[in-house]
Design a protein. Structure first.
Length: 385
C-alpha cells in the first residue's frame, strides 16, 4: 500500500469520526418559522388542518395549487366558498375573488397581510395590536361566548383599526377592545370574512385542547356548500423536483452523499497536483491591422492615384452620413448641405466646400491634386468629428 492510499484512508477515518460525533451530539431543534405549509408538521405548518379540513367543511373541499387569477380564468362555478390562508395575493387575484363574491360567493381570508389597494376599496385598514401576557381571541356572537383561543406563541399582533359602519365585527382580542381581528364585509350578493390571525389554523394551536372549537366557530360562518381552498398559496418554498430529493431528505443518506462528494474532490485535487503537465506558453497573435493600413496607404502614395483615394474617402464619408445621420446622399444639392449643417452644427461654407471636393472625387474626368486630397480629408474629418 503506497503513501497516497494511506493518506486517503486516514482522511476518510477522520471525516467519519467527526460526522459520528456531530450526529451523536445533535439535538432536535424545533422549527418555529411561520411556513403555513400543508405538508409541514412543524408548529406553524398546516399539516393538521389539511387533514381535518374535509371533516370541518363536510367533505366539500376542492384544493388547488393555482392562484385565484389563474383558477378563475378557466373555471366558472356557481356561488361557492373561497378559502385563503396566509397568502400575499396580487391585485388581479383579489379582483377575481371580489367578482365571485359579488356574484354570491363567500370568501374567508385568514392572513396577516392584505392588499392595500383592496383594503382601501373595501373600507378597512390593519394595524398592530398590543397583546397582554395572557390574551384570548373571542367572538362577539353570544352563542360562541364559551369558545375562545389563547395566543401564547408568536402572534401576528395584527388587527383592523378602521372599518366602515356597515362592516360587522365578529371577533376581538378581548371583550371590550375596539380593535377587531375578525370582520364581515357585505359585497354584492356575497360576503367577505377577514381574520387577521393566521396562527389559529396551525399545528401548534389546533393540537391544544378546546382550541378547535374556536376554529369551528370561525368556519361556521361559511355556508354548507363547495369550498375552493387555494392551498398552493401556502407553499412558501416549492417542493424540490431534484432526483436527489429522497437522499437529501434523509440525514444518513445526506451525510453519505456529501462524504462521497468530498472524497471525490480530495481525490481530484491530489491527483491533479501529481499529474498536471506543464502548460506550454502560446504567444498571442499580433494585431497587424495598423501595419496593413499603412502598407495600403503607402501603396496608393507610391502610385500617385490621388483621384481614386478621393473617391474612396468620399464613399466612406457618405456611407457614414447615411448610417449615422440618416441623411439621403443621392443628391449632393443645397438640401443635402442644409441637412448636414443642421445635424452636425458645422458652417454651411465648410460643408459646401467639402461637398464640391466630394463631387470632384466622384467625377472620373476631374483633375485632382495631392493638395485637394489633403484638404478634403481634413474637411470631412472635421465635419463628422
Amino acid at each position: 500500500m503506497n503513501k497516497t492510499f494511506k493518506l486517503y484512508g486516514l482522511i476518510f477515518i477522520i471525516v467519519m469520526a467527526i460526522l459520528a460525533l456531530l450526529e451523536l451530539s445533535k439535538t432536535e431543534v424545533t422549527d418555529w418559522r411561520k411556513n403555513f405549509d400543508i405538508n409541514e408538521k412543524s408548529p406553524f405548518g398546516l399539516f393538521v388542518f389539511n387533514k381535518e379540513v374535509n371533516q370541518l367543511l363536510n367533505d366539500k373541499v376542492k384544493r388547488t395549487d393555482l392562484s385565484p387569477y389563474d383558477f378563475y380564468k378557466t373555471q366558472k362555478l356557481k356561488p361557492h366558498n373561497i378559502l385563503i390562508i396566509e397568502s400575499k395575493l396580487d391585485s388581479e387575484s383579489w379582483n377575481k375573488i371580489l367578482k365571485n363574491v359579488e356574484a354570491g360567493s363567500d370568501a374567508l381570508v385568514i392572513s396577516e397581510y392584505f392588499n392595500q389597494v383592496i383594503a382601501d376599496s373595501l373600507g378597512f385598514s390593519t394595524t398592530r395590536i398590543s397583546y397582554e401576557e395572557y390574551n384570548r381571541l373571542l367572538l362577539t356572537d353570544l352563542k360562541f361566548a364559551n369558545d375562545s383561543l389563547q395566543l401564547d406563541k408568536l402572534p401576528s399582533g395584527k388587527g383592523f383599526d378602521y372599518v366602515l359602519e356597515s362592516t360587522e365585527i365578529l371577533g376581538k382580542e378581548v371583550t371590550d377592545s375596539k380593535m377587531a381581528n375578525f370582520i364581515k364585509i357585505n359585497h354584492g350578493k356575497g360576503h367577505l370574512y377577514l381574520h387577521s390571525e393566521s396562527l389559529i389554523v396551525t399545528n401548534y394551536y389546533l393540537l391544544k385542547p378546546e382550541n378547535e372549537k374556536y376554529v369551528q366557530d370561525v368556519f361556521s360562518y361559511l355556508p354548507d356548500r363547495e369550498t375552493v381552498w387555494f392551498s398552493g398559496a401556502n407553499k412558501n418554498v416549492a417542493e424540490s423536483r431534484s432526483p436527489l430529493r429522497f437522499i437529501l431528505a434523509n440525514p444518513g443518506l445526506r451525510y453519505a452523499w456529501w462524504l462521497l462528494l468530498g472524497g471525490l474532490l480530495l481525490f481530484i485535487i491530489f491527483n491533479a497536483k501529481r499529474k498536471q503537465r506543464i502548460v506550454p506558453i502560446i504567444e498571442p497573435k499580433k494585431n497587424k491591422s495598423v501595419e496593413f493600413v499603412k502598407s495600403i496607404g503607402n501603396l496608393y502614395l507610391q502610385e500617385g492615384d490621388f483621384h481614386d483615394m478621393m473617391a474612396k474617402k468620399a464613399q466612406y464619408f457618405l456611407n457614414r452620413v447615411r448610417i449615422d445621420l440618416m441623411i439621403d446622399t443621392k443628391d449632393l444639392d443645397e438640401k443635402f448641405i442644409n441637412l448636414l449643417h443642421l445635424k452636425t452644427g458645422k458652417s454651411v461654407e465648410k460643408i459646401t466646400e467639402a461637398t464640391n471636393l466630394i463631387k470632384r472625387g466622384q467625377d472620373p474626368y476631374a483633375r485632382v491634386m495631392q493638395e485637394d486630397l489633403i484638404k478634403m480629408n481634413k474637411l470631412l474629418d472635421e465635419i463628422l468629428l
